[in-house]
Design a protein around this ligand. Structure first.
Ligand SMILES: Cc1cc2nc3c(=O)[nH]c(=O)nc-3n(C[C@H](O)[C@H](O)[C@H](O)COP(=O)(O)OP(=O)(O)OC[C@H]3O[C@@H](n4cnc5c(N)ncnc54)[C@H](O)[C@@H]3O)c2cc1C
Length: 370
């Protein structure tokens, strides 16, 4: 099967990219291993977007969670912090609105140069696609980091919990105290559990102008409410060394000799390896393990024609990990693909005003003063 543009993943990055390409008449095919918005449908019960939705589009400020400038999850879902399920239905709406070509149940395993030119995309069903361009938009949530210390393999990544009530044991230990860990902790405290959160630093105390480096106001408020109950303990400066299991729960051991008991398997909120591990040798990494893509168009510096969209994009130290950040590169990638396909890319210019075409990266270096 052949295509001009293949996109891997039907999450906000893949769907937003396809909708942007539509603006210049380039019809992409999206290959998706589960279903539209699958990562959001897997979110634990009650988990909501931390970035607020608000319909300010009319005044040139698109809803922070929108993947096209003309739509707003706040308007279609009537919610400021939509659940994962609701956000997935918003993405579904975009697919219908834009008439996007999404092939579900197709899992991509590799992208390689094709002998006859262009790229070859391999899939688990032994399918072979040939394409001039591929946009990798397979996200991170479905690839949680689970290793690191003995016993970690028997712990449970927070993103794999469906219902907090169903997590076994009384007292809970969560390893990792950033957004996912605190979300798990406050959700469990709300259900009457006692929770200890361990982290090698104290991320709950960090104040930074970059929302990727500090807990969101939404999470901070929920954290204060949970702390007021007295059932939540936050412990920083803990390097977890091992977890051992016994008949009645588990013990989490720190490098300095301290330990904590959990009634069930500890929860892990220790980050994500991300889907790029599947195509690790197709992208370069810098000394901090951040993926390297071209500043001009987020293209691999190893495999020309392979582009990146989504939270793994970084430039000049800025992390494009939220929807409102990575969508700013949709126009840039679409413009490059359009130019190479020799189509008129002028219709993309209007995206600049809506911040869906950010090609001046100097703005990423700004810091807020308060
Ligand atoms: C717990 C958590 C909470 C977050 N909350 C927010 C938030 O509130 N606001 C915000 O802006 N951002 C948030 N983020 C950041 C988040 O990563 C992005 O908003 C968003 O999910 C990324 O979109 P995506 O399309 O790149 O990835 P995803 O939404 O994960 O979509 C990737 C798609 O690719 C598919 N896929 C994966 N591998 C393959 C494969 N090999 N072959 C074919 N298909 C594949 C998946 O099934 C999935 O549908 C959160 C992230 C996490 C982990």
């Amino acid at each position: 099967m052949t295509a001009d543009v293949l996109i891997v993943g039907a999450g906000p990055a893949g769907i937003g990219m396809a909708a942007t390409l539509n603006r210049i008449g380039v019809r992409a095919t999206i290959l998706e291993r589960h279903g539209i918005g699958a990562s959001f449908r897997r979110w634990p019960e009650g988990m909501r977007l931390i970035t607020p939705s608000f319909t300010a589009n009319q005044f040139g400020l698109p809803d922070l969670n929108a993947v096209t400038p003309e739509t707003s999850p706040a308007l279609s879902l009537q919610d400021e912090h939509p659940t994962g399920e609701a956000y997935a239905s918003y993405l579904h709406m975009i697919v219908e609105l834009e008439g996007l070509d999404v092939r579900t149940g197709v899992e991509v395993t590799d992208v390689a140069p094709h002998d006859g030119g262009g790229l070859e995309v391999r899939t688990t069903d032994d399918g072979h696609w040939r394409s001039t361009f591929v946009v990798w938009a397979a996200g991170e949530l479905q690839y949680p980091r689970t290793g690191g210390f003995p016993g970690a393999e028997r712990c449970v990544p927070t993103v794999e919990v469906r219902r907090w009530d169903a997590h076994p044991g009384g007292d809970v230990v969560v390893v990792g105290g950033f957004e996912s860990g605190i979300d798990a902790a406050v959700s469990l405290v709300a259900r009457g559990r006692r929770v200890t959160v361990l982290d090698r630093e104290d991320p709950w105390g960090v104040v930074d102008a970059d929302p990727s480096l500090t807990l969101s106001p939404y999470t901070q408020r929920r954290l204060r409410e949970a702390q007021a109950t007295g059932a939540l303990q936050l412990v920083g400066g803990v390097e977890v060394e091992a977890v051992t299991f016994a008949e009645h729960g588990a013990t989490v051991h720190a490098a300095d000799g301290r330990s904590w008991h959990a009634g069930g398997p500890p929860l892990l909120a220790t980050g994500f390896d991300g889907s790029l591990e599947l195509v690790a040798d197709r992208f370069k990494r810098d000394e901090r393990s951040r993926v390297v893509v071209t500043e001009e168009a987020d293209e691999s510096t190893v495999l020309p024609g392979l582009f990146l969209a989504g939270p793994a994009v970084t430039h000049r130290g800025a992390i494009f990990c939220f929807v409102y950040k990575f969508r700013q590169r949709f126009g840039v990638v679409a413009r490059e693909i359009g130019r190479r396909l020799d189509v008129d890319t002028e219709p993309l210019e209007e995206l600049r005003a809506h911040r869906f075409l950010l090609d001046d990266l100097s703005c990423c270096e700004l810091e807020c003063t308060c």
